[in-house]
Design a protein. Structure first.
Ligand code: SAH
Ligand code: ZN
Ligand code: ZN
Ligand code: ZN
Ligand code: ZN
Length: 485
């Protein structure tokens, strides 16, 4: 695989270089990624290594120029630092602690909120100054760790947005219906949890599930065959040898147990490193199948906002984006309300066949026979574009001059020669071509104009603007509005 360059798109002119680099130095989050700083787009910029998982230096301050010589002393300090950031216990230790914990009588079960740790009676003394939960830590509650643990809300690193049960059940019913009984949950702790709960209820087909997540707090609740401490931006398993065995075991499809992967990465994450990890997972799966058909691809559902469509499809051309809107419990914006539902921008990207994924009729989805897929209620088929064009669920409108459908809020602007928001910065379109992003021509002269994926949005809609915390950042919000609304 050649090198892939991804723009961070936070207009800082920093790109990530993905090449199989075995020499990358390590931060507490595993091998770092190589970035390139391009000054004003001219010439080759300087390259440096930085953390794969944390976009904010405050969370992981690792930094090293590409060919920088590191002194022995600094090397040692770094190793020490990496070591100090490891979880308090190994996964095995967490497991034996859990067994001990559940064997305790109810009144001796405590959870330290400050440490986010199930604590044993011998350890109480160390937590006397901490806030602890001691009432009713029933087996029932231990089965829903996503409710016991407080969601990590670090904007740039770990933002944890938990699915509404409705979205979880939709996914599981759909996958079970298609015959998938093994779910590789990448960054989807709540889905994992619900699979286990549904198995216990015994109402649906039993499913197996393996959770890969960087949030090692989950290791307290799940065995080694159920959870791996994993970084999805560099495909790194933290307890390397052991976890990999469980991971590979899981990917082997014995009998009729078909595997599907469901990933819900933090939205601030870079597409290329994620795609590269998912590609590696998919290759591992492929190697482990004694399949006759080489053409088979590992079934994947990648959950991400619709504005990333062109970037995801660039990495995975066989994927398509579905209209289904994924809802979250603890997200102020994307929550499914009873009245006047807020539309979630989060979609499913998948290599499963769209026509087989039946979207719930009671939420307004319907089947388009021309497109052969289920679409949102407002997504009307446009015969001129020969597609159901809406990305955001609203009804789009065809503009004859632009020869494409546009968002309902856009108007055709003759001085810009394309559709835009009424208050767009008219005439001073620094954005260049609306279709391909080039600075050298306008939309009209775009050689790629008839490219199927011409709806892509370029420029400032970067990782930062699209962070799951978009709601709380008014600056990011208004910035984004200009480019994508
Ligand atoms: N909707 C999902 C949660 C998605 S939030 C659910 O309800 O199950 C994103 C998840 O990705 C969190 O669980 C977070 O811990 C995990 N995550 C964040 N960064 C990660 C990384 N670098 N590697 C692996 N998992 C990560
Ligand atoms: Zn790091
Ligand atoms: Zn259609
Ligand atoms: Zn149209
Ligand atoms: Zn127009």
């Amino acid at each position: 695989m050649g090198k892939i360059v991804d723009e961070i798109a936070d207009s800082s002119g920093i790109e990530v270089i993905i090449e199989s680099d075995k020499t990358a130095p390590r931060c507490p989050h595993g091998p770092t990624l190589l970035f390139e700083k391009t000054s004003n787009g001219a010439g080759k910029g300087r390259r440096f290594y930085a953390c794969s998982a944390c976009r904010d230096r405050k969370d992981c301050h690792f930094f090293q120029w590409e060919h920088e010589k590191i002194s022995e002393a600094r090397m040692l300090a770094r190793e020490e630092q990496n070591h100090s950031k490891m979880p308090l216990f190994t996964h095995k230790e967490y497991c034996s602690r859990f067994r001990e914990f559940v064997s305790l009588p109810l009144e001796q079960r405590r959870f330290c909120v400050d440490c986010q740790l199930l604590i044993l009676p011998g350890e109480w003394a160390n937590h006397t100054k901490h806030k602890t939960l001691s009432d009713d830590i029933t087996v029932q509650r231990l089965r829903r760790p996503s409710q016991l643990l407080c969601p990590l809300e670090n904007k740039k690193c770990n933002a944890q947005y938990l699915f509404a049960d409705r979205s979880c059940h939709f996914l599981l019913d759909m996958l079970s219906g298609l015959g998938y009984h093994k779910i590789l949950c990448v960054g989807t702790p709540r889905l994992h949890e619900l699979i286990k709960l549904r198995n216990m209820e015994g109402k649906s087909h039993t499913m197996k599930s393996l959770l890969l997540d960087i949030d090692y707090r989950y290791g307290q609740f799940y065995g080694q065959d159920e959870f791996c401490h994993y970084n999805m931006f560099n495909h790194h398993f933290f307890d390397e040898e052991e976890a990999v065995v469980f991971f590979q075991d899981f990917l082997c499809e014995e009998g009729a147990a078909k595997v599907v992967m469901v990933a819900d990465p933090p939205f601030g994450g870079l597409v290329k490193p994620l795609a590269s990890s998912f590609f590696k997972i998919s290759m591992t799966w492929k190697k482990l199948q004694n399949n006759e058909s080489d053409a088979a691809e590992m079934p994947i559902i990648w959950i991400f906002p619709y504005f990333f469509e062109s970037r995801i499809l660039e990495c995975f051309p066989s994927f398509s984006m579905l209209d289904y809107q994924v809802d979250y419990d603890n997200h102020p914006l994307y929550k499914h309300g009873k009245t006047g539902r807020k539309q979630s921008p989060v979609r499913l990207f998948t290599n499963l066949s769209p026509k087989e994924i039946i979207l719930p009729e009671d939420e307004g989805y319907r089947f388009c026979c021309v497109c052969e897929r289920y679409v949102s209620a407002g997504n009307k088929h446009c015969p001129k574009c020969d597609t159901c064009p809406s990305k955001d669920g609203r009804e789009w409108r065809h503009c004859d001059e632009c020869a494409r459908c546009v968002k309902p809020s856009w108007h055709h602007c003759s001085s810009c020669a394309h559709c835009a928001l009424p208050d767009h910065p008219c005439g001073q379109s620094q954005i260049g071509c609306y279709n391909c992003g080039s600075q050298n021509h306008k939309l009209r002269a775009c050689p790629k104009k008839h490219n199927k994926r011409r709806m892509q949005v370029r420029g400032g809609c970067g990782a930062q603007g699209l962070s799951k915390h978009i709601a709380s950042k008014s600056t990011a919000k208004s910035k984004r509005k200009r480019t994508v609304t």
